[in-house]
Write a protein that binds this ligand. Structure first.
Ligand code: HEM
Ligand SMILES: *[C@@H]1O[C@H](CO)[C@@H](O)[C@H](O)[C@H]1NC(C)=O
Ligand SMILES: *[C@@H]1O[C@H](CO)[C@@H](O)[C@H](O)[C@H]1NC(C)=O
Ligand SMILES: *[C@@H]1O[C@H](CO)[C@@H](O)[C@H](O)[C@H]1NC(C)=O
Length: 500
């Protein structure tokens, strides 16, 4: 063992002893006991059981033994894992007022992101203001209706690209196409720029930064599990993240400055995008949002909206190609409602119940955020006779709930038909299906995400027939999962398009 490791262990040991005394003195106050869980080793707790790349899977396995309300010690961090729809409802609806703040990973403390950034800000005036701007100015239905042409153009370009591949008989990397298009849909909705354009220097730079942030951010960080290490930042994660966040904010600030300059010299040409809206708000009333806050908000929207949307699209295509009878039903619906040779538009979505069912079923089996971003108990809360202590981290395992055989018939089978004629949606009301979370912290980007997903998926299968390149691999290889900050497909999906 090298000097550094012994130093860390020493620190941790000291900390554990202090904590032990602390909890003995506290146990008089909170008499109820923690939910059951696997035996925790001293210092490291249950970290070893979670080593590997699929924490949602390891946690689901442990929950099979210890129950849907379970305690894990992640190093020094008391973590309560929720793995049933009923308990998710208790935490995210009934007790939402106590669980609406998050535990902040050290990587986010970088650049003080947690003091500005929507996903990490505690419930406060600042957070409410940003949520309100999102809800009424960015993701409201009439706003998204008004700028849908920005997205339609990008989908047409995607289809033209794929048409080209079909003429040459070339396979398309569905994941890459999905990434490119969802990023462009997002960046055009936000500020009318094609960020996925390989000729755009800004796009390449941003892409590099996002990669770095997601890569560094998904590394397990010792400082998260052992509070004594916070100052030390042993892996340099906070230092690196501070640099990347700073660069990303600079990049967006310069896009905003360009737009401001353009407005000065050319008058305000309406782009009808989010940037226009936000600049109008900042000019009309002072204090609501300024230029730096807009840049920071954009950072949040890109980090939260890009990988989630594209990963879902890739999974949906993979499931459709693997389940040809589902695919042909979906194509029949599109043909009937939209008509052969016609382009799908966003207003068609409401009239395509089977396509909607496919998207729900994809979320059930492949939720891109398998473990809900951590919530923190703001008070000592009792749940089903057990104690969730103040400060504990609460994780809801959405992935496990999608596989719960007491809710879902044949849970591992891709059966969109189960949602036909059912009232279940993904909007945080039905706790058996909460890919966007629930309660006041639920994903604000949901309306945009659903539009982009249905539009891209519907267009891809309405316009083309698809053949998997080289035929199918065995199911478990084909559907293997890779966990970063979002749940991605491990093996890329390549398929050959054939013009319908
Ligand atoms: C398939 C697509 C998406 C999925 C599955 C998804 C899922 C989620 C989930 C699970 C949360 C945490 C909710 C909770 O704690 O209850 C979240 C938060 C968030 N999402 Fe999404 N999201 C998606 C797309 C988007 C898009 C397109 C945007 C914006 C452009 C976005 C912006 C955000 C933001 C800003 C938060 C933080 C909200 C807060 O903490 O107050 N998301 N999302
Ligand atoms: C189509 O492919 C040809 C070469 O195969 C290329 O020159 C052309 O730019 C492509 N068009 C589009 C729209 O990608
Ligand atoms: C978007 O997501 C894809 C897939 O994870 C990634 O390769 C790409 O760099 C991301 N780009 C941006 C700007 O977020
Ligand atoms: C959330 O955090 C804010 C700011 O730190 C605090 O005022 C509030 O009491 C917290 N709420 C809960 C339920 O933890």
């Amino acid at each position: 063992m090298n000097y550094f490791m012994s130093f860390i262990l020493c620190l941790c040991l000291t900390w554990t002893i202090i904590q032990a005394f602390y909890s003995i003195s506290r146990s008089k106050v909170t008499s109820k006991k923690l939910p059951p869980g696997p035996k925790a080793f001293p210092i490291i707790g249950n970290l070893l059981e979670l080593v590997g790349h699929k924490p949602q899977k390891s946690m689901a396995k442990l929950a099979n033994t210890h129950g849907p309300l379970m305690t894990l010690m992640l190093g020094q961090k008391t973590t309560i894992v929720i793995s049933s729809a009923d308990l998710a409802k208790e935490v995210l609806q009934q007790h939402d007022q106590f669980f609406c703040n998050r535990t902040i990973p050290e990587s986010v403390v970088a650049g003080n992101e947690h003091e500005f950034s929507l996903p990490w800000l505690p419930v406060s005036a600042k957070w409410r203001n940003l949520r309100r701007i999102c809800k009424s100015h960015l993701f409201a239905n009439q706003i998204l209706d008004a700028n849908q042409n920005l997205r339609r153009k990008k989908v047409q370009e995607l289809l033209a690209d794929i048409h080209n591949s079909s003429l040459n008989g070339d396979a398309v990397d569905i994941g890459k196409a999905a990434f490119k298009t969802s990023l462009n849909l997002l960046s055009n909705t936000i500020f009318s720029v094609d960020l996925a354009d390989p000729n755009s220097a800004t796009g390449r730079e941003l892409s590099k930064l996002v990669h770095s942030i997601l890569e560094v951010g998904s590394r397990p960080n010792l400082a998260d599990y052992f509070p004594v290490l916070k100052k030390v930042d042993p892996q340099g994660i906070r230092r690196q993240m501070t640099i990347y966040f700073g660069k990303m904010i600079d990049l967006f600030s310069s896009i905003i400055s360009q737009r401001l300059l353009q407005r000065k010299t050319l008058g305000s040409i309406k782009n009808n995008d989010m940037l226009d809206t936000l600049l109008r708000i900042s000019e009309e009333s002072t204090g609501e949002i300024d230029k730096t806050q807009i840049a920071r908000l954009f950072v949040d929207l890109f980090l939260a909206g890009n990988d989630t949307t594209s990963a879902t699209l890739e999974w949906a295509m993979a499931e459709l190609l693997y389940n040809p009878e589902v695919l042909s039903k979906a194509k029949a619906e599109l043909k009937q409602i939209i008509g052969k040779g016609n382009a799908m538009v966003e207003s068609d979505i409401d009239r395509l119940p089977y396509l909607q069912a496919i998207v729900k079923e994809t979320f059930r089996l492949h939720p891109p955020v398998p473990l809900l971003l951590p919530r923190k108990a703001g008070a000592h809360v009792e749940i089903q006779g057990f104690s969730v202590p103040k400060g504990a981290q609460v994780l809801v395992n959405i992935w496990a709930i999608g596989r719960d055989a007491s809710i879902w018939e044949i849970p591992n089978s891709f059966e969109p038909g189960r949602f036909m004629g059912s009232e279940i949606d993904v909007k945080g009301r039905n706790f058996e299906l909460i890919p966007f979370g629930a309660g006041r912290r639920m994903c604000p980007g949901l309306p945009l995400a659903l539009r982009m997903l249905h539009l891209m998926l519907g267009s891809l299968i309405h316009t083309f027939d698809w053949k998997v390149e080289g035929g199918f691999k065995p199911k478990d290889i084909y559907f293997e999962e890779k966990f970063g900050l979002t749940l991605q497909k491990a093996k890329p999906l390549r398929a050959i398009p054939i013009m319908v």
